[in-house]
Ligand binder design. Structure first.
Ligand code: GLU
Length: 522
């Protein structure tokens, strides 16, 4: 409640400023600087350049150097009310990935682990791709709350190639609707190479993620408009998907694509022969448009945000702008899941279990729905056309994080759900161990330990597996724990040790076993 004579709004504002100030100030100090604030936010995954912080950034940097010290009063005057909620959430650990520093660290380990996979070779069908430095390697991720990190060559641009296919599919869906789009393109994996000269039994391309289907989707984007307007349209969508950053365009790639596109021309004529295109489709313009789309350029940071917009159901996390309808995103992710990784799609869905799309430039992006988007670029390709490091990264990712679509079907405690903080994870671990110890289920306890659970973990009340086993008089379990626990007389919040619990239950053998063991250790 506001003290007498103080306006409620001012009071609330002051209390939010104080909470933020307290979360940033280091012990022994009474002032903070703008740099201190942004360092704390950076740790939570928010970039200084994040537009959602711009009012506060401007106010803090206006008249003083960013390192100037402010007391609470000076800070409160500069903190912009528009940004307060986000800053508070970040500092309280209320964003989707609460312990972002830990997440980033684990991601960096995966990134470095995959650097050694230097097999494969760059695409050579056009000189512009053949000339790309094969050593380029970058990854970026953005969560649905706009927390970001990137590693490696994260400011190098690359052409999107086939990673434009899901985007064009989504643009077509939003533009003319699912019914119309799927009158012209199927949604089954083709089981054949991405540029195979083949159509389904209805004379339509199998799906939008292979060349024939992508050419078809291009024909469905603002079909009756001038080509220049169609290109402006998709570029403005790429911009919105990426949080307001313009995507680029590589004219040499475009010209080369066009000059070496016999197969794509063949596919277009084949589809025209089968009557697959909407009436009045100009296939030359359509192909031109498709080549232009493949020649769009981004860096991984931008692509990470684009992937995050899909992970967030079509709303860009950095601007809150709805770019695609949620139904559109659902359809798009479904087809990325089943058809996004060339002839490796089935295997990828099985082992990695994340909707993803790759391109011959060595680009790949992954969408973990409701959590984050991840973009990776490493130009060396395997024989199926997927980035070698991209595939290794994906595999390792789901060995560390519970990101496989069906990860929650198995109770694998080694897998980390980054949506939970370390504290929550430890609490879950303690609860599982305590429950197994109380049941006397040694097999389950062994399994949890093999999954790196800590046998000395305590729950919120300070109860440990040993307390529970002793309370239940579970002798064999107590023997096992005596052998493996670091501490045999932990104290719970009521001041009780496992020996006290055993005695209270009348489990005298258990109590004396514990007393002996403690005696021996001493
Ligand atoms: N521009 C390429 C083609 O149409 C795209 C290849 C790809 O990334 O799969 O052949």
């Amino acid at each position: 409640m506001a003290p007498d004579g103080v306006n409620l709004e001012d009071h609330r504002r002051d209390s939010f400023s104080a909470q933020i100030f307290d979360a940033v100030v280091t012990s022994g100090k009474t002032t903070i600087s703008a740099d201190d604030l942004f360092a704390a936010l950076r740790k939570a995954g928010l970039k200084r350049s994040d537009r959602r912080l711009s009012e506060t950034r401007k106010a803090l940097e206006r008249d003083k150097a960013a390192s100037a010290e402010m007391d609470l009063e000076a800070f409160s005057k500069r903190l912009a009310p528009e940004n307060t909620a986000l800053i508070l959430r970040a500092l309280r650990g209320d964003l989707i990935i609460p312990d972002f520093a830990d997440y980033k660290h684990r991601m960096e380990n995966i990134f470095e682990y995959c650097r050694d996979f230097d097999g494969g070779g760059v695409a050579t069908y056009i000189p512009q791709l053949a000339r790309v430095n094969p050593e380029n390697y970058a990854v970026a991720a953005c969560t649905v709350d706009g927390q970001q990190f990137s590693f490696g060559d994260d400011d190098e641009s690359y052409c999107v190639q086939s990673t434009c296919k899901p985007i064009n599919y989504a643009i077509a869906l939003d533009g003319v609707g699912r019914h119309t789009v799927h009158r012209h393109v199927g949604r089954e994996p083709s089981g054949q190479s991405f540029n195979e000269l083949t159509l389904n039994d209805n004379g339509l391309p199998h799906n939008p993620m292979i060349n024939a289907g992508a050419i078809m989707c291009a024909s469905l984007i603002k079909p009756h408009h001038p080509l220049a307007d169609r290109f402006d349209h998709i570029m403005s969508i790429w911009r919105s998907l990426g949080g307001g950053r313009n995507a680029g365009f590589d004219n040499s790639v475009y010209l080369s694509e066009k000059a070496t596109a016999d197969r794509n021309f063949a596919l277009a004529y084949f589809m025209r022969e089968k009557g697959a295109f909407p009436a009045d489709t100009n296939i030359m313009e359509t192909l031109d448009f498709y080549f232009q789309c493949c020649s769009i350029t981004v860096d991984v940071r931008q692509m990470g945000v684009i992937a995050a917009t899909l992970a967030n159901g079509g709303v860009c996390p950095l601007t809150s702008q709805r770019v695609f309808q949620s139904e559109t995103v659902k359809d798009c992710l479904s087809l990325m899941y089943s058809c996004g990784m060339y002839d490796f799609s089935g295997e990828y869905a099985f082992t990695v279990g994340i909707p993803a799309k790759s391109g011959v430039s060595g680009a790949i992006f992954l969408v973990v729905p409701g959590v984050c988007g991840i973009a990776l670029w490493s130009p060396r390709l395997d024989r199926l056309g997927n980035s070698v490091r991209g595939i290794e990264f994906s595999k390792r990712l789901v060995e560390v994080f519970a990101f496989h679509t069906y990860a929650n079907m198995v109770n694998d405690h080694r897998l980390i759900d980054p949506r939970k903080s370390n504290v929550e994870r430890n609490r879950d671990e303690a609860a599982l161990l305590c429950a197994a110890a109380a049941r006397g289920d040694i097999g389950e306890v062994r399994r949890l330990v093999a999954a790196e659970a800590n046998l000395d973990a305590a729950d919120y009340d300070g109860r440990t597996p040993l307390h529970l086993a002793a309370s239940e008089g579970a002798e064999a379990m107590v023997d096992f724990l005596i052998e493996h626990c670091a501490c045999l007389d932990p104290v719970d919040r009521w001041g009780n040790t496992p020996i006290d619990d055993a005695k209270r239950r009348g489990a005298d053998t258990v109590a004396s076993k514990l007393e002996n063991a403690i005696g021996q250790r001493n």
